[in-house]
Ligand binder design. Structure first.
Ligand SMILES: Nc1ncnc2c1ncn2[C@@H]1O[C@H](COP(=O)(O)OP(=O)(O)O)[C@@H](O)[C@H]1O
Ligand SMILES: [Mg+2]
Length: 278
């Protein structure tokens, strides 16, 4: 099981959008996936069509974590019932895992929904041992090959619980001044966090989102991101395309949204997903 946090110490840069795009890519490739929505706003849950009920959301699990307890609040996303293009699905399965005959034929995309109930955990004064709560709640959930965690935009206990549970942390950045600054904050917080903890160090990457090639300011910021983070910048970058918002608004996976722009985005998310496993 590969656990990936999508994080940024800045709001509105596209964390939830990246979670949704990767979930869509994983669905297309038939990779059994769990999305854990740690953001009290619950945007990823909404777009995946899963709604928190009292006592059936991530916050209630993390309050009293037991081994594997996230399974009890995870619900299947209606995305799995949307029509699939057979050829693209076959190609995606081949690329993700050429030899794995054990993969289930029925797609698995579950969501542990987020809600305001987790915001009581979103304060900084946690003891180090509390940071293992999410890791514990994920332990033994072997039915999933991939876990995507949508993080809140603060360096709170929730974010640190996510990092502590993850093999990899993707920080999302836009090529803009404030977002570059936010990415620096995120990466230095991550470096400090790695230095201070006893468990395995997660790998980091920077996903650049909302890229517009026509903007000179953006090109400058893009160059700055590459200078600052070098090989950590994830290839490909994600363009700014209104189809992203349209698919999200319709609670629909981008891999099954019509048109060339959706196909371009879908291909990029599939490439990023493949990069996560290599
Ligand atoms: N590549 C993109 N192209 C167009 N709109 C985008 C793109 N990425 C994100 N957005 C839009 O920007 C807004 C903020 O994105 P969101 O994923 O909610 O950010 P975060 O989770 O970091 O707060 C949303 O309305 C989303 O649809
Ligand atoms: Mg979000």
């Amino acid at each position: 099981m590969q656990i990936v946090s999508i994080s940024s110490l800045k709001g509105g840069v596209g964390k939830s959008s990246v979670v949704l795009g990767l979930a869509s890519a994983a669905l297309e490739a038939r990779v059994p996936t769990l999305v854990v929505d740690l953001d009290p706003h619950g945007d990823a849950s909404t777009a995946l069509g899963v709604h928190a009920r009292a006592g059936h959301e991530v916050g209630s699990v993390l309050r009293r974590p037991r081994r594997g307890a996230l399974a009890q609040v995870a619900a299947p996303s209606p995305w799995t019932e949307h029509p699939i293009t057979p050829d693209s699905a076959k190609a995606a399965v081949r690329e993700w895992a050429p030899d794995d005959a054990r993969r289930p034929r029925r797609p698995v995309l579950d969501v542990a929904p987020g809600s305001a109930a987790s915001s009581h955990l979103d304060h900084a004064s946690f003891r180090p041992k509390d940071l293992t709560r999410l890791e514990k709640a994920l332990r033994g959930l072997d039915r999933y090959e991939l876990v995507l965690i949508d993080c809140p935009p603060t360096l709170s206990a929730l974010t640190r619980m996510a990092w502590a549970a993850s093999h990899k942390v993707l920080s999302v950045a836009e090529p803009s001044l404030f977002s570059v600054a936010g990415t620096k904050r995120t990466m230095s917080a991550l470096a400090q966090f790695e230095g201070s903890r006893v468990w395995a160090v997660p790998e980091a990457g920077v996903v650049v989102n909302r890229v517009r090639d026509s903007s000179q300011e953006q090109r400058h910021r893009m160059q700055e991101l590459r200078e600052l983070f070098g090989p950590l910048v994830v290839d490909p970058v994600l363009p700014d395309l209104s189809v992203m918002q349209q698919a999200q608004g319709a609670a629909w996976p981008v891999h099954r949204w019509p048109g060339a722009e959706a196909a371009d985005l879908a291909e990029r998310f599939t490439a990023i997903l493949q990069g996560l496993t290599h």
